[in-house]
Ligand binder design. Structure first.
Ligand SMILES: Nc1ncnc2c1ncn2[C@@H]1O[C@H](COP(=O)(O)OP(=O)(O)OP(=O)(O)O)[C@@H](O)[C@H]1O
Ligand SMILES: [Mg+2]
Length: 266
């Protein structure tokens, strides 16, 4: 039997309580398995799209399905299957949790209470921390880490979890080249080995261009959908980034130069 589409939006529009329409008439389908990149400038609705897919925001028009489940009537089924890494994590630490405590949470939160960690939980967590080169710091207090190290731990928390879909909102923001490579390589390998779907919001396609199968280019409405090369189209880019955007071709690759994200290679 063919599996349900990964994402399906049917004329979806979302507005916030203040009346601001953040998503306008989105209609698209992405099949699984996929590694999806959601790109677009600040305020273009990328985070709103992820929150809508999780059922945290309700469209005032249209409907969305994730893995075949309706985001409103079946949101519990979606949340059970999704590992979500929010933008700029908002874990407020009143107790000094260690790296390993944060990383194991992805597994514990999906259990019913009393939520104690089994040997398998602990082993999977260590493996995930190793994938992003953070296992050596697993006993360090999380709030003593640098921003890039924290991002790696949060990605490890998602990698240690279970469920056929990972959603990450700008996991590369504020990371240096080393952290970026560790995160990208870990996600890429994991996706290839397990077939788990990845949906990642990013400002810069360049670090993940070889992994990505489908790109959604947003500017509140959907302005482009396709492979990285398809959306590196001068007309599409001008609609999103204005007349400053350029596409250069060199040695069989397309380079996208925008004021927003620098250079993207495809
Ligand atoms: N809680 C909120 N209440 C009101 N308006 C909001 C809220 N969250 C986001 N918005 C607005 O909705 C629009 C889309 O925001 P969103 O956070 O989805 O953008 P984004 O593409 O993720 O941006 P960024 O790249 O800065 O993370 C923006 O204009 C923003 O101001
Ligand atoms: Mg955002």
């Amino acid at each position: 039997m063919k599996s349900a589409p990964l994402l399906e939006a049917n004329n979806v529009s979302v507005r916030y309580a203040n009346g601001e329409v953040a998503l306008r008439n989105l209609t698209f389908q992405v099949d699984q398995p996929s590694f999806v990149a959601i790109v677009g400038p600040n305020g273009s609705g990328k985070s709103t799209l992820l929150k809508t897919a999780l059922g945290l925001l309700e469209p005032y028009q249209g409907d969305m399905r994730v893995l075949g489940f309706d985001t409103i009537s079946q949101s519990a089924s979606i949340r059970k299957r999704v590992r979500y890494v929010p933008q700029r994590d908002r874990i407020q630490l009143t107790v000094p949790l260690k790296v390993k405590d944060i990383a194991v949470m992805g597994r514990l939160l999906k259990k019913s209470p009393p939520r104690s960690a089994s040997d398998e939980d602990i082993n999977r967590t260590h493996e995930a921390l190793e994938m992003v080169n953070m296992d050596e710091l697993s006993d360090r207090p999380f709030n003593e880490l640098s921003g890039g190290q924290r991002q790696r731990v949060l990605v490890a928390r998602a990698l240690a979890g279970e469920g056929p879909l990972m959603m990450l909102d700008e996991p590369l923001a504020g990371t240096d080249a080393e952290s970026q490579n560790l995160i990208v390589d870990a996600l890429g390998e994991y996706h290839k080995d397990t077939g788990v779907n990845v949906i990642m919001v990013t400002h810069d396609l360049n670090p993940i261009h070889t992994l990505v199968k489908d790109v959604l280019m947003m500017k509140n409405s959907l302005v482009g959908i396709g492979t990285p090369c398809d959306v590196m189209d001068p007309k599409v880019l001008e609609k999103v980034y204005g007349p400053g955007a350029r596409v250069l071709e060199y040695a069989g690759h397309r380079y996208c130069v925008t004021r927003d994200s620098g250079v993207d290679r495809h």
